[in-house]
Ligand binder design. Structure first.
Ligand SMILES: Cc1cc2nc3c(=O)[nH]c(=O)nc-3n(C[C@H](O)[C@H](O)[C@H](O)COP(=O)(O)OP(=O)(O)OC[C@H]3O[C@@H](n4cnc5c(N)ncnc54)[C@H](O)[C@@H]3O)c2cc1C
Length: 415
């Protein structure tokens, strides 16, 4: 079997690359190891309006959220609420299916139940990929370019000897059909006892239920154990435990910029390339946007007949130019936040409760570009500057990414 471009993985990044390349006239085959695109769901499904714009449909939106309540380690809350929707809770499987449908309409072929195992590159640059079908049968596919959109455990990265993310955060989440809580707000839980290394979340699903989970630094205590603690906290607050979980999710979130996302005859997109926001673990917007850039560079490289790492490196340059500044600032902030004790986090939450801070968060809050609100909060709050004496300088001097098509704050509101 042959395909000019072989995309591994039918998640948002893979289907976005496939759609763009197929519409540019290339012969694209997407292979997905699972039997059905979109399943199992491994995501909380909270996205910005930009994701809906990139997807070209809002069909998968379940509800809009207007803000967040952030809980300190001692469960002191501070709530922010905007008049306009600031994020959307989606049916994540619905997003993957819509993107795959769009790519198929654009001409891409899809094969499910087929796992990529490895690849060899011939003298003339052609690549032979080895795959295994659901029935155990072995297959080979000849291709000119392999796109690794195969998520956090990327077999393509291994096959092409590309470096893996600096850190993978274990995550655990469950869905509950009914849950008390404000249906317009997400809840975020901070602190070493609940979610060391990132945070716990409660996200309303728009139908009276919620998605509850944690992502944490890897350590001796499992993500599931932290999730149980979060449930216990909420049960104490509402006087009753959540019951009847309908789905569980165990996965990992890659954090840290890769030095390179390209090799001779291959490139990585999305989680495979750790194109994930370091402060939130969200990777749908960044993965899809980088996938568009990857497709544009791949199209030109295919046209030029040059699929060398040197030619494909333009992709690395373009995604770093557009998103690298935000990734770097967020990685810096994450390092600073990880060093904070629970007492320090209490002081951060107290500072966010000071007058004027909510207004700044509402004005500058943007889930895709969180470093902008962090910088503005530091500019405004002497208490925060005392806690993070070097942060303001670092945020000012770190490389500022050019974000022409994805300006912070652009088109956040629902249309
Ligand atoms: C608990 C949790 C909650 C999250 N919540 C959010 C959120 O609210 N908002 C947000 O923006 N992001 C969130 N994320 C991150 C988001 O899910 C990812 O960033 C996003 O799915 C990345 O898309 P992708 O296309 O790169 O990879 P994926 O969506 O992981 O898709 C990779 C695909 O490749 C397939 N595959 C893997 N290996 C092979 C192989 N060898 N052969 C063939 N196919 C293969 C997989 O089956 C999968 O379908 C969350 C992640 C976790 C773990």
């Amino acid at each position: 079997m042959e395909a000019e471009v072989l995309v591994i993985g039918a998640g948002p990044a893979g289907s976005t690359v496939a759609d763009r390349l197929a519409r540019a006239g290339h012969d694209v085959l997407v292979v997905e190891e699972h039997a059905r695109v979109g399943y199992p769901v491994q995501c909380a499904g909270l996205v910005s309006d930009r994701v809906l714009e990139l997807a070209g449909t809002r069909s998968m939106v379940r509800t809009a959220v207007h803000g967040a309540t952030v809980y300190s380690p001692s469960l002191r809350p501070v709530a922010f609420r905007a008049p306009d929707p600031r994020a959307f809770v989606i049916d994540r499987a619905g997003l993957d299916i819509a993107l795959a449908d769009r790519a198929a309409k654009g001409g891409a072929r899809f094969e499910t139940g087929l796992r990529f195992d490895g690849a060899t590159r011939g003298e003339n640059g052609s690549i032979t990929a080895r795959l295994t079908a659901a029935d155990g049968g072995e297959r080979t596919i000849s291709t000119r370019l392999v796109v690794g959109a195969d998520g956090v455990t990327s077999a393509v990265a291994r096959a092409f000897r590309l470096r893996r993310p600096v850190e993978i955060l274990p995550a655990f989440e469950a869905e509950f059909p009914r849950s008390p809580g404000d249906p317009d707000q997400v809840e975020v839980y901070l602190g070493r006892a609940i979610a060391p290394g990132l945070f716990g979340w409660w996200i309303p699903d728009g139908e009276g239920g919620a998605r509850v989970g944690v992502a944490v630094s890897a350590g001796p205590v499992s993500a599931r154990a932290y999730y149980e603690r979060l449930l216990a906290h909420r049960a104490r607050r509402f006087g009753a435990p959540l019951t009847g979980a309908t789905a569980f999710l165990v996965s990992g979130i890659p954090i840290g910029l890769l030095p390179r996302a390209v090799a001779d005859g291959a490139l990585l997109v999305g989680d495979a390339a750790a194109q994930v926001k370091p402060l939130s673990g969200g990777g749908i917007f960044t993965g899809m946007r980088c996938a568009e850039l990857a497709a544009d560079v791949a199209h030109a490289a295919l046209g030029a007949g040059d699929l060398s790492a040197r030619r494909l490196a333009e992709y690395d340059e373009r995604w770093r130019l557009e998103l690298g500044g935000e990734f770097s600032r967020a990685l810096y902030l994450r390092r600073v936040l990880r060093r904070l004790s629970d007492d320090d986090l209490e002081r951060v939450i107290a500072a966010l409760d000071e007058s004027g801070m909510r207004e700044t968060i509402v004005a500058f809050g943007d889930i895709d570009f969180p470093s902008h609100v962090a910088r503005n909060l530091l500019l405004q709050s002497p208490s925060l500057v005392r806690l993070f004496p070097k942060a303001l300088g670092a945020l000012r001097t770190s490389r500022v990414g050019r974000v022409p098509e994805v300006e912070p704050g652009r088109s956040r509101a629902a249309k």
